[in-house]
Design a protein around this ligand. Sequence first.
Ligand code: COA
Length: 535
Amino acid sequence: MFTLETKLDLNKESLKKNYSEFISLLNEYKTVLKKTTNGGSDKAKDLHKKRGKLLARERIDLLIDQNTPFLELSPLAAYNQYDNNFPSAGIVTGLGIIHGKEVVIIANDATVKGGTYIKESIKKHLRAQEIAMENNLPCIYMVDSGGVFLPEQANVFPDRDDFGRFFYNQARLSAAGVPQISIVMGSCTAGGAYVPAMSDEVIIVKNQGTIFIGGPPLVKSATGEVVSAEELGGALVHTSESGVADHLAENDHHAIQICRNIFESISPKERQVLERKEIEEPLYDPEELYYLAPMNFRKPIDSREIIMRIVDGSKFHEFKKDYGVTLVTGFAHIMGFPVGIIANNGVIFSETSLKGAHFIELCSERKIPILFLQNITGFIVGKQYERAGIARDGSKMINAVANTNVPKFTVIFGGSFGAGNYAMAGRAYNPKLLFMWPNAKISVMGGEQAAGVLTQIKEEQLKKYGKELSPEEKSKLEKEILEKYEKEGSAYYSTSRLWDDGIIDPVDTRKVIAMGIATSLNRKYEDTKYGVFRM
Ligand code: COA
């Protein structure tokens, strides 16, 4: 492979300006992340600790192997919604390692409204189970939850992908041979009781964990029976009488150790072989990405400059370098894992789509995971291009992206607009993981374009009645649309609603993708079959 060489002088004023703007954005992100991952109120945390319980993230730290990473997913879920009363949507999910095996961890944070579920908590829980299913990863549920957040019941109970889906997934995962382990460290009420009940193996903490279909207040109102929580569904009841739980733990530490011991007898069923090389750091410092992360989407950035700061040794075997130049494709290694890279270098033309589809075929044949680096304003528009069949050629790339069975990973490092999002493995195309840099933006089109389209529509409507927009009305309308797109297109807005798996610091891109590839090896990559390519 050839080593990429930079063409940039980082001392250039415009790049230094980009750097300082990006750093302030990154610092803002880190401040928000720190505050949010601190969990619920100090009062709730104090009470939680007084009860002898560990906090959700402390529990996870003890569960995973020492000195191994925990890749937390969507820590900013529900951010800037519900008056910020649900930090991380009251649930911590992510990928960790236990006895050297990758696992999915789902831990309720009881310091956030009793660990109850709003829409975003449900989405996080289901997304974690989806990752488990796709990668054959055992699930550990660290349960401490009051179930549904009752005022939000209409948004969390009735639909297909709502609360009930947890237990459907557990049944399907267990049937697929994916271990389901629960540690009951607090409340499991009503439907929540089925998290442990549907698990393969259950640990419950004495004087702390409870499991019941109806809590004491409900029992009293339904039958008149007065009973304490411990008597109704405490750890002793379930480990010695009901058989709902299998292991009695003295405290959180003990429960976590029992769970780790369970993993001594669990081994992966199958593994994909991927030839791994010695890890090499990139030749160019990944921190230089701060100079390049696009803060202004009007200024083009050669995506090779991004690639050389992410891949091992900055080495890249480029494919079709001089054809379809608005897409950069080629092979590289990330933390020793082979990877095919598809990166935007401008709008998508017909030849760009064909090149993308061809490269995806190569990766699929060779069983090499694909990393999509998105910075895309969309497909080329205009009479000439429509007549040449841009939609026909674009559909080939979208077909290839949708059908390839090698793992796809997507990082949005700039803009993600329009159908470009589809061709570049946006959320709807099932990338195994999708992350955004803090500067990234996502929307159906750029704000300025949307403002242009919507004011034109308004003007055409008014014309029918012989009216027109005054310059003031026009600029007011444009301003409103721009502001709306600015807000709704931001990475924070996206991550709050789980349109992605989280916002990452650009320097972590290598590690995050490597962890994704490592987890994907727990399932064999299937052969790819494409449908009909429109010719
Ligand atoms: N819906 C909405 N809010 C709930 C809730 C629920 N199911 N369960 C708890 N909360 C809220 C409480 O109102 C409180 O809110 P606040 O901080 O604004 O005052 C907060 O969560 C903490 O609850 P609290 O009871 O003070 O904490 P706790 O640690 O002593 O007890 C539970 C936590 C979950 C054991 C207890 O609140 C409980 O039993 N909740 C009801 C569970 C239930 O019946 N769920 C059925 C739904 S399927």
